[in-house]
Design a protein around this ligand. Structure first.
Ligand code: GDP
Ligand code: MN
Length: 407
């Protein structure tokens, strides 16, 4: 799960991590009030969306205007910046071309930046340890740094038995070229951020940029936290920070029905039981020249209702031009699946080719239900047969449309 920058900063602050003072605002008026309450002469108005690259991003209605993070020097400029952000769509490298509507802004006191650094913590699956990464290349995307100048990323893997030790933090601080007072400020920052990572069951904590101020303080100018969904039950207060407006509507609905669904970019919808089989199905669709529109695992013990819900979810995606249902009936019986598919297909007025491959318990009964339904369902006997049929059906359909348009 993801949260907004201002929420991440509030959580980190609770662990003693240094962050600028700030207030969230939902209207331009609230933004001005926030600036007055904060005091000072320089403020930063920051669009709050669950995507990075806001500073370099542009608003859809003002592509030549300013970005989603603005430094301003008067209360009225705080208000007008908020006005230009709120209810406007911000397009960044991470949002994709559709962008995201800004529904809240964060107003922070400005600070005098001397250096912009990077600090990240994540779970490194190859070492099974939390790895702390730091770089002098702050403000840039760390993926870019990793691709072009990997030597500029310092990494320290932490043994879970000892946790982060003072020497780990000093190693990073010295590696970043910090001196004097900055070293102590940085080591405290790193130790506190690490404690937050562990105690909050985070999967990523990323501070980009981590800045050194002209006063020698080390503070977080940006903050991103991702949480391990499997541990959320231990953190109801974090669960309450969920902003459903920022989440994929289909994925949310799927989660409510206990379905594992991830939206992808292709045009072939898939419904599969079991994550491994779903992966294999996506692979084979690609092998036959198609692109999956989603990953969908209906689980081992799905009911007829769940299958129908899954089917509706797939069809709601306007990108879907064909569907492949690939079910292995072990615990789940093929006739139950067939029933779910048929009732959902009837209900939604199926307008795209549907290929179904069933195997396992009650397979003949399942196939019979599909045949008797009178629906234009293409039955397939094995995985390769299913993939080639659905890819061909989508191609044929597109050719037919092209031909009609040409006439
Ligand atoms: P992102 O573009 O979504 O990663 O948003 P950031 O929070 O990282 O902001 C982008 C950039 O705005 C930062 O890299 C900073 O250079 C600048 N910025 C953010 N906050 C402040 C601030 O308080 N003062 C100043 N002067 N610049 C800031
Ligand atoms: Mn950033």
């Amino acid at each position: 799960m993801n949260i907004h920058e201002y929420q991440a900063k509030a959580l980190l602050k609770g662990y003693g991590v240094a962050v600028p003072n700030g207030r969230v605002a939902f209207t331009p008026r609230e933004a001005e009030d926030a600036a007055l309450a904060l005091g000072g002469a320089v403020w930063v108005v920051k669009s709050q969306i669950h995507a990075g690259g806001r500073g370099a991003g542009r608003f859809a209605d003002d592509p030549n205007g300013k970005g989603g993070v603005r430094v301003v020097k008067s209360v009225s400029d705080v208000g007008s910046s908020a006005e230009q952000m709120l209810a406007h769509v911000l397009v960044t490298k991470q949002t994709g071309p559709a962008g995201r509507e800004v529904k809240r802004v964060y107003v922070e006191e400005g600070c005098a930046i001397e250096r912009e650094l990077y600090l990240g913590m994540l779970i490194d699956r190859s070492t099974s340890r939390i790895t702390v990464m730091a770089s002098t290349e702050g403000g840039m995307e760390i993926e870019e740094v990793a691709a072009h100048t990997p030597e500029k990323i310092l990494k320290v893997a932490i043994d879970p038995a000892t946790g982060l030790q003072p020497f780990h933090a000093r190693q990073l601080a010295f590696g970043l070229g910090l001196t004097g007072k900055q070293v102590k400020s940085a080591t405290q920052f790193i130790a506190n951020a690490y404690r937050a990572f562990v105690e909050l069951d985070a999967s990523i904590v990323e501070i980009n940029p981590l800045v050194v101020t002209q006063q020698g303080d080390v503070i977080a100018l940006d903050a991103k936290i991702n949480f391990d969904d499997n541990a959320l039950f231990r953190h109801p207060a974090i669960e309450a920070l969920r902003d459903e407006a920022e989440e994929d509507a289909a994925e949310l609905e799927a989660a409510k029905h206990g379905l594992n669904y991830v939206t992808l970019d292709g045009n072939i919808g898939c419904m599969v039981n079991g994550a491994g089989l779903a992966m294999a199905t996506m692979d084979i669709i690609k092998l036959y020249g198609g692109e999956p529109a989603n990953f969908l695992d209906v689980g081992g013990g799905a009911t007829r209702e769940r299958v129908a819900t899954a089917f509706r979810l797939i069809l709601r995606d306007p990108k879907v031009e064909g569907i492949l249902v690939n079910i292995f009936g072990g615990i789940m019986r093929c006739d139950v699946i067939a029933d779910g598919v048929v009732s959902a297909a009837r209900e939604v007025d199926l307008r795209v080719p549907l290929v179904v491959r069933l195997e396992g318990t009650n397979v003949e009964l399942g196939k019979q239900i599909l045949r008797d339904s009178g629906l234009p369902i293409l039955s397939a006997d094995h995985l390769a047969d299913a993939a080639s049929k659905v890819v061909a059906a989508v191609k044929d359909k597109n050719h037919a449309v092209a031909a009609t348009e040409a006439n």
